[in-house]
Design a protein around this ligand. Structure first.
Ligand SMILES: [Zn+2]
Length: 220
């Protein structure tokens, strides 16, 4: 797995590439029927303008300034009013400051938040397929029951370099597929080679939850 700083920088780079396309797609096609596919002048990115794109725009518009002011507070920087793009560009610096001031948990939180934004943007523009639910709760926690998922495939942009506008030259999309069972709540993941172990953990969790239920009934 990449070092946290590298991953955050990669995620921010991808967000900065994809973000203008989201906004441009909306301007170009406001009012089109939901789900209608449009192809943009950028060629490589024909963006569907649908509810997902609107959601992603809203999320970025609402969450990015919130994350930025929280992060500024952690590293004792005065909150500054910036555009979404400027906020995104500033995230790696805030992350670095967190790491050097031993705010490791906060740095991890910032990286997860940025990765979540990128995931949502990618779902919106068709660079990511939806997660598949596996019908089993994560065996590692009972207080918060969360279903395990198989993560959707992810399209990653590959390119040699960026042009002056920060857009990739001749980008290609490489699809990554991850065969694992994952809990998005606690981050635990099991590879196919660990499915026997996972099966045992799931059985133990079932027994544990059943016993807790019986205990609770007995106490009534
Ligand atoms: Zn979990």
């Amino acid at each position: 797995m990449a070092a946290p700083q590298t991953r955050l920088v990669d995620d921010v780079t991808e967000l900065l590439i994809l973000w203008p396309h989201l906004a441009a797609a909306l301007e170009r096609d406001q009012g089109t029927a939901e789900g209608e596919r449009v192809s943009g002048d950028a060629g490589a990115f024909g963006l569907p303008v649908n509810a997902d794109v609107l959601d992603a725009l809203r999320t970025l518009g609402a969450e990015v300034p919130g994350i930025a002011s929280w992060a500024a507070g952690v590293v004792a920087e005065p909150p500054v009013h910036r555009s979404i793009e400027q906020h995104l560009r500033h995230f790696p610096r805030l992350h670095e400051r967190m790491l050097v001031t031993a705010a490791v948990k906060e740095a991890a939180h910032l990286a997860v938040a940025v990765h979540g934004l990128l995931r949502q943007v990618k779902v919106a523009i068709g660079l990511r397929t939806a997660d598949r639910k596996l019908g089993q709760f994560c065996p590692l926690h009972d207080d918060e029951l969360r279903e395990l998922i198989a993560p959707g495939d992810e399209g990653v942009l590959r390119y040699r370099r960026l042009d002056r506008d920060g857009q990739p030259i001749a980008p290609a999309v490489e699809w990554r597929r991850s065969d694992c069972a994952l809990c998005r709540h606690c981050g635990a993941a099991w590879e196919p080679s660990q499915y026997l172990l996972l099966g045992r953990l799931l059985r133990d969790a079932d027994n544990r939850r059943l016993a807790a239920e019986v205990d609770a009934r007995g106490a009534e």
